[in-house]
Design a protein around this ligand. Structure first.
Ligand code: PMP
Length: 364
């Protein structure tokens, strides 16, 4: 650290992204990327996008992508915000709505605490239930005499499905949280919602709740992690607040090529649906195979499984897999240190994973 560093940032602990190792080729099941290439239209758009265009700034209003998102979600463009990955969207949401603090579960996406600290937003951390589900009551606040709830007096962020558990909560529970906390923003981070059962997405509730902001990404279900495009759907005033921050920071936040890719990815709904279905099938297959090997696998609605073995400790399994060329994600926080988060990849990748685990368990 230099002597010049702003003292308010001296204690910051930056986010640790999943490993992106360059030493050898791994079966890469550690950062929840898609095993499938982007939609054919995306590849064509990149090939066609002349490098000459890059001399021009990107469209700061991101009009074609806003229009395509509005059409896809049956909203107006006033309901759509676009960021450089959903991490950027989340950061703007914490900046915009974190004044009174932000509540979120103890086991969740570990980026929340980092952006809370970056933006001097106080975190109110609510433990998950012992079965790793979100404790909905903890987000409602005290009860009034008429049975309604007071709310928490601060904003809320919940990943649904949650990460790294993969467990989803119901729209009824999200409605209860929005209803109880009408004076603050409820952010539902739906990075993995496209792999969940139909009817899980809270976008359906946006017309009903002015305080609801739903965040999604092109990184997982649309195979565009490297393009860095995320978005949010919410009421027009909330979106306007995010636009104010974006235009005060980096109005050209999404580059020309990425925007083109995102538009093409949205247009190819059949390809998107097919890939999401394949991931659901591979998820069910891998879960059943892991259970045959004695694993406890949480009920996942996402493109990853969170699993613990009854024979080998989480950290040891992570290392043994890595030594054999299979990369999964291990978290060291005590409540979940026996688990590994395993991205659901192609059927071949799942077979390599299972076969490698069999070898490890035999040797162990
Ligand atoms: N939310 C959750 C829950 C995630 O796991 C991730 C991926 N690490 C993100 C948001 C961010 O994704 P991206 O910035 O690639 O859109």
């Amino acid at each position: 650290m230099s002597v010049f560093f702003n003292s308010i940032y001296k204690e910051l602990e930056p986010y640790t992204p999943g490993e992106q190792p360059q030493d050898k080729k791994y079966v890469k099941l550690n950062t929840n990327e898609s095993p499938f290439p982007p939609a054919p239209g995306v590849i064509k758009a990149v090939n066609e996008s002349e490098a000459m265009d890059l001399r021009l700034y990107s469209d700061p209003e991101l009009k074609p992508l806003k229009a395509q998102l509005a059409e896809t979600f049956a909203m107006t463009t006033d309901n759509v915000f676009i960021g450089n990955g959903s991490d950027e969207v989340l950061n703007y949401a914490f900046m915009a709505f974190g004044e009174d603090g932000i509540a979120y579960p103890d086991i969740t996406y570990s980026f929340y605490i980092v952006i809370a600290n970056l933006n001097q937003v106080e975190s109110d951390i609510k433990p998950l239930n012992s079965d790793f589900t979100v404790d909905v009551e903890a987000f409602l606040g005290e009860k009034n005499a008429d049975g309604s709830h007071k709310g928490l007096g601060k904003s809320i962020v919940i990943a649904n499905p949650n990460a790294p558990t993969g467990i989803a909560m119901s729209l009824e529970d999200i409605s209860r949280i929005c209803e109880a906390n009408k004076d603050h923003v409820v952010i539902i981070d739906e990075a993995y919602v496209d792999f969940a059962e139909e009817g899980t997405s809270a976008v359906a509730l946006v017309p009903k709740y002015e305080n609801l902001l739903v965040v999604q990404t092109f990184s997982k279900s649309r195979s565009l992690a490297g393009a860095r495009v995320g978005f949010a759907i919410g009421s027009a005033p909330i979106i306007q607040d995010l636009e104010t921050l974006r235009n005060s920071n980096n109005p050209y936040n999404v580059n020309r090529i990425s925007m083109k890719c995102a538009v093409e990815a949205l247009k190819d709904n059949a390809y998107f649906e097919k890939n999401c279905n394949t991931i659901r099938e591979n998820r069910a297959y891998a879960k059943a195979e892991l259970e045959k090997l004695g694993f406890n696998v949480l009920p996942s609605q996402s493109n990853f499984l969170f699993a613990e073995s009854n024979k080998i400790e989480g950290g040891a399994l992570y290392k043994a897999l890595k030594d054999r060329g299979v990369l999964v994600r291990h978290f060291t926080s005590p409540k979940i240190s026996n688990f590994n988060r395993i991205t659901v990849g192609s059927r071949e990748e799942m077979d390599i994973l299972i076969d490698t685990i069999k070898v490890i368990l035999n040797e162990y």
